[in-house]
Design a protein around this ligand. Structure first.
Ligand SMILES: O=c1ccn([C@@H]2O[C@H](COP(=O)(O)OP(=O)(O)O[C@H]3O[C@H](CO)[C@@H](O)[C@H](O)[C@H]3O)[C@@H](O)[C@H]2O)c(=O)[nH]1
Ligand SMILES: [Mn+2]
Length: 738
């Protein structure tokens, strides 16, 4: 009889390899052969091409397919070892007494009260303050890059409301600890208490809204001398780009009590000093200031970074992270840099028309990385060990002053004169001059995707990370609900990752040595995603323009039989596997269809324009900042979004390239079909007609937006005219050449 092996005592976590791993590996070998065959086919055609035109066409196809192959190889790296993890926080109490829980400093970033509604920041702050975690160990630091008194006001109100909200959560233990989510959910406990606190929350909302509408905090809203003093710092000279540091302790765990007399977590508002003469490094700069300010006040060993819209959806989340940070095995603990939770979003419409659930980026890819050195840092929902910001696991890089050292114990009260003085000193705009901050210490500078760059450097230094993907989303944030917001966000990302791809420490050079080839390729998949613009643009225009001129560029259905099948296999194989990844991660078939559509859209828009921005910046011709994604909603726009209607509405060069592709494909499809009906030859143009037909299906929302629609989200008339004009131009040029 087989001896039963005893389960190891009390696991805090387990890891399993994903069921599709073997299939992925076998399929990768088969697909690799198919790619080689295609490249061989292109080379042969290139050698035997008779005209300069056919030579050029084959060359363009070869380049496009080489890029697709390069990106395919990169993608495989995260398909070789995908893993799935589970945590058992209930076992935590066996290894850790409640008193020994490590301190937790939560960093929340906000940058503009008009693009990022303060009420959503308030909800994020309240939701983490109400974590199932010893309150006296939690400190919430809010960084306000907008330098706005309105944000401070909202947080002061939040602090007051927290004294009711925290005991309410303590008593009723709801899963939703963001009041907005709680009062929207169907799990509310019906009681006079709930009614009372709901009214309070509504009042808080109206107050914040009124102050926001007025654009300033009127005296009637200010309570007491202390608040008065705080708002007095907003003098006439105080502007967003030029102002002194303001640090305001709104709740102090050692002093403030909630309405039932219990302790509350610390809540601290920080707007760092800004001046027109120094650079601020956007979010990475803000986070580094928080790292230092928090070091001078609490210096907790665990740090959680949050975007202002990403509220906690599960009060147990920090315990899941502790399952790793408090692992009894020192070998695991000493190398663990961070535990990343996926970014997930609320309010996404039924079939996710803009694919802004980012399943691939935020779930599938990190699970693939997780079997290697761990997921990349996603910018929000990430628990760091503070130590990770100061050099590799075996080579501590001490900061310039001992108080910022990751294990320095703070022995002074939060609001002591010396703590506050130090906090102001380290938040000043020239503090980082001649220090390692941003280069070797803290969050790294030099990319608009600071998260990506920072995680990459940590992996290069030898740190590991963990992907924690519980069923119930740990955090929920806002996703863009208009196409232009989505594309602008991705344009910034494209620019940001290219900065990483082409710097001294690029994944494909430095990264291969530092992290090993598979990790490096995984990183390269993101850094070079802009290169997809070349094959996507090629396949969106070249076969179609050729078809319009009755030039056939792909193998015939019958006589070059295997080549035609090869094309079909390559197309269906890539698509099929992509579909499988998506559906296995819980996506529906319709959302997958939308996801592949948006991939094409990105190829024609933000990948292209993001690369152009990157080039302009690299050549010193222009500068680009961090354009914050709007999180406000307009009723009409959100209604259309709910109905699954695409939102164009504004003129943008990105919509021009998109409309041009839509027009060219439609015209060439009509022409191709007409031609087939006329002379019965379907064999030669078949693949080209198929591609155009596929594109037309994908472009359906664009045709609607340029023809039938009358609402304000339709394609602007200017965009349509410019696109028609440019389409005619490229048609004429193509006819002349072909
Ligand atoms: O100068 C700035 C600019 C932005 N932010 C904050 O950065 C966060 C992310 O900005 P958002 O406009 O929401 O960008 P997204 O593209 O949605 O953010 C994703 O991409 C960013 C990198 O481009 C990461 O920092 C984010 O964590 C990640 O969610 C927000 O909390 C902002 O308040 C700042 O603090 N200072
Ligand atoms: Mn965001």
């Amino acid at each position: 009889m087989e001896a039963k092996t005893k389960a190891p005592p009390l696991p805090l976590h387990t890891v399993r390899s994903m069921p599709q791993t073997t299939f992925n590996r076998v399929f990768a070998s088969v697909y690799a052969c198919a790619i080689l065959a295609l490249l061989y086919h292109h080379l042969i055609s290139l050698l035997y091409s008779k005209t300069i035109v056919s030579f050029s066409i084959t060359l363009i196809l070869l380049i496009s397919d080489l890029i697709l192959a390069f990106m395919w190889i990169n993608t495989q790296s995260t398909r070789m070892y995908p893993v799935y993890r589970q945590q058992f926080p209930e076992n935590l109490k066996k290894v850790l007494k409640r008193n020994d829980y490590p301190g937790l400093d939560v960093f929340i970033c906000t940058a503009d009260p008009y693009k990022e509604p303060p009420i959503s920041l308030v909800n994020t702050a309240l939701s983490v303050m109400a974590y199932d975690y010893p309150v006296e160990k939690v400190s919430v630091y809010v960084s306000d890059d907008g330098g706005s008194a309105l944000t401070l006001f909202a947080l002061m109100e939040a602090a007051r409301f927290a004294s009711h909200w925290l005991p309410f959560c303590q008593k009723n233990r709801p899963m939703d600890r963001s009041p907005e989510a709680y009062f929207k959910s169907s799990n509310q406990i019906l009681s006079p208490d709930t009614e009372k606190i709901k009214i309070m929350y509504e009042r808080l909302k109206t107050k914040i809204k009124r102050v926001l509408e007025r654009g300033k905090v009127d005296e009637e809203f200010i309570k007491g001398a202390q608040e008065y003093e705080a708002f007095n710092k907003w003098t006439d000279k105080f502007t967003r780009q030029d102002h002194p540091t303001v640090i305001q302790v709104l709740l102090d765990t050692n002093k403030d009590r909630d309405v039932t007399g219990h302790q509350m977590p610390n809540l601290i508002y920080v707007t760092r000093e800004k001046s027109n003469t120094s650079t601020h490094h956007f979010k990475a700069g803000a986070l580094n200031v928080l790292l230092r300010v928090s070091a001078s006040m609490t210096n907790a060993p665990i740090v959680l970074t949050q975007d202002c819209d990403m509220y906690s959806n599960d009060p147990q989340t920090p315990l899941l992270a502790l399952c790793y940070f408090c692992d009894p095995d020192p070998a695991i603990r000493s190398k663990l840099g961070y535990v990343q939770f996926p970014q997930r979003f609320h309010g996404i419409n039924k079939n996710d028309i803009y694919a802004c659930a980012y399943k691939r980026l935020y779930e599938i890819q990190p699970m693939g990385f997780d079997g290697l050195k761990g997921p990349h840092y996603l910018g929000s929902g990430c628990f760091f060990s503070r130590r990770v910001f100061f050099g590799g696991p075996s080579a501590l890089l001490a900061p310039e002053i001992p108080e910022l050292h990751p294990v320095h114990a703070v022995d002074k009260p939060l609001q002591s004169k010396s703590s506050l003085a130090l906090a102001h000193q380290v938040a000043s705009s020239n503090y980082e001059n001649q220090t390692n901050w941003g280069t070797k210490i803290g969050f790294r500078y030099g990319s608009l995707s600071e998260d990506f760059l920072t995680g990459f450097h940590m992996h290069c230094e030898g740190w590991k990370s963990i992907f924690c993907h519980p069923k119930r989303a740990a955090f929920l944030g806002d996703a863009p609900i208009t196409l232009i917001d989505l594309l602008s966000q991705q344009k910034r990302w494209t620019h940001g990752v290219l900065q990483v791809g082409f710097c001294k420490h690029s994944p494909i050079t430095f990264g291969v040595k530092a992290t090993g080839p598979l990790m490096a390729l995984g990183y390269a998949q993101s850094t070079f995603w802009a290169s997809w613009t070349i094959p996507i643009t090629t396949y969106a225009f070249l076969p179609q323009l050729a078809l319009l001129n009755n030039v056939y560029i792909f193998p015939k259905v019958s006589d070059q039989f295997p080549w035609f099948l090869l094309y079909l296999f390559l197309f269906l194989g890539a698509y099929g596997q992509d579909f499988l990844d998506f559906v296995l991660d819980g996506g529906s078939a319709k959302s997958w269809w939308n996801d592949q559509r948006i991939w094409h859209v990105r190829g024609l828009t933000c990948y292209l324009f993001g690369s152009i921005e990157f080039l302009l910046k690299a050549l010193g011709l222009s500068s680009f900042g961090f354009n914050v994604t709007s999180k406000t909603v307009n009723d009409e726009v959100s209604k259309r979004y709910e109905q699954g209607i695409f939102e164009f509405g504004v003129h943008s060069p990105m919509f021009v390239s998109l409309t041009m592709a839509a027009l060219v494909n439609l015209i060439s499809l009509v022409h191709g079909v007409f031609q087939v009906l006329k002379d019965g030859n379907l064999e030669e143009p078949f693949l080209q007609i198929l591609i155009a037909g596929f594109a037309v299906l994908n472009c359906w929302p664009i045709y609607e937006a340029i023809t039938f629609r009358t609402d304000s989200g339709k394609m602007p008339i200017k965009t349509i005219y410019v696109s028609i004009f440019l389409t005619c131009c490229i048609y004429l040029v193509a006819s002349f050449i072909l």
